[in-house]
Design a binder for this molecule. Sequence first.
Ligand SMILES: NC(=O)c1ccc[n+]([C@@H]2O[C@H](COP(=O)([O-])OP(=O)(O)OC[C@H]3O[C@@H](n4cnc5c(N)ncnc54)[C@H](O)[C@@H]3O)[C@@H](O)[C@H]2O)c1
Ligand SMILES: N[C@@H](CCO)C(=O)O
Ligand code: NA
Length: 450
Amino acid sequence: MTELNSATSPNPDTLKVALLGCGNVGSQVARILLRDADSLAARTGARLELIGIAVRDLELARDPAIPAALFTDDARALVRSADLVIELLGGIEPARELIRSALEHGASVVSGNKALLAAEGPALYELADATGVQLSYEAAVAGAIPILRPIRDSLAGDKITRVLGIVNGTTNYILDQMDSTGADFESALAEAQRLGYAEADPTADVDGHDAAAKAAILASLSFHTRFALENVHCEGIRTISAADIEAARASGLVIKLLAIAEKVELDGAGQAGVNVRVHPTLLPREHPLASVRGAFNAVFVEAEYAGELMFYGQGAGGLATASAVLGDLVSAARRIVLGGPGRTETTKGSVPALGIDAVQTSYSIGLEVADQPGVLAKVAQIFAAHGVSIETMRQTIHPAAEATGSTARYAELRIVTHRAIESALAATVAQIRDLDVITSVTSVLRVEGV
Ligand SMILES: NC(=O)c1ccc[n+]([C@@H]2O[C@H](COP(=O)([O-])OP(=O)(O)OC[C@H]3O[C@@H](n4cnc5c(N)ncnc54)[C@H](O)[C@@H]3O)[C@@H](O)[C@H]2O)c1
Ligand SMILES: N[C@@H](CCO)C(=O)O
Ligand code: NA
């Protein structure tokens, strides 16, 4: 291994590629780099020579299609010899330290590590800018789907106003199973784990943290300002019941876990901010995102000039995600071949991050109430007091719940509001909870896309 980067010489014939990690995605990237070397060279203008693959355990049996001589357990030395470094380790350390080392040595970096980029992205982009190299991460959001490059490059002359994304395959699979087969949450999750979509510990998927990391990245590129993970309001799907799914279906809606980044106009002053959030969302069944089934991902973008755009495909899977990694690699390599500095991130704006209280949305509220005169009037009064207008209200009367010894009939109410400020909607629900005639608030879901 030589210490000099070939990228420092003009018009290099060969660029040295270091691969960090040989798991689901890394092993597929290695196979493609070896198998498609000629066609990749033709597209790049230089050969992409895989000089080594950093792994943790050299003794482990590996894919026979990958020459054993490529494996090393010295990731640091490998990084120092490369023109291009592909980080597919996952986690924060040593991924951060190795990426920093690569950027400091003048190597461009491709990563699929959304957790690291959402947490540490700004510092890493600055380092890449300072050393004039590229840091690309298309695989980090919605796997194989080309979404970051279209937002950053193709829409550079437009103004994005809203991004709605299904960016976590596991939760989309669970919600889709609950909707299409009537499965409950636990059995749908078990099936997602059996099929290998969910993480061994599926908390990051189910509680929305994986989608939140992707939302922060999407928002930063869409609104040219760096949004951190702590700017993302995050709710997962654990509380979604079979009854919620059924009620949604009865109203022509479907529940999806959405990552949303949207421009919010602030009243009066003519100023705008951006809200970034992840939560289960009711969508009309005719909305383009409603038809995204199974573990697929899709990102719906609204831009001032382009109008509505939809990007759809596989958000996970080793081979599919490798496609995004290779795309970034060839792009970074071409830039080296052509010369010139790396692409500067355009996320240095200063649009304020707004909390969820400022957004306009509508609520679908499920209530169990006593079946007695005056209940609806009391509920309606609270909506009116908060300036929240009711769009629809459905009532189902249930017989007395004999199992609990109760003799009183009770009613189930489903109320959908018109769009209103979140803070007013939340205050309405809080006050309704305290009403003596309310047995329980069974669900509160936001409705979008109407
Ligand atoms: N799998 C997907 O569908 C998918 C989709 C999009 C993004 N990603 C991202 O791509 C990255 C890789 O994902 P994956 O599914 O291939 O994960 P993986 O767990 O299958 O592979 C990671 C590999 O890195 C190795 N590793 C970890 N620390 C190491 C170290 N210090 N030195 C050497 N090797 C080390 C592990 O042993 C493992 O083999 C992650 O950041 C993930 O979030 C994955
Ligand atoms: N666990 C993630 C993998 C892709 O980032 C998902 O389910 O979408
Ligand atoms: Na992508």
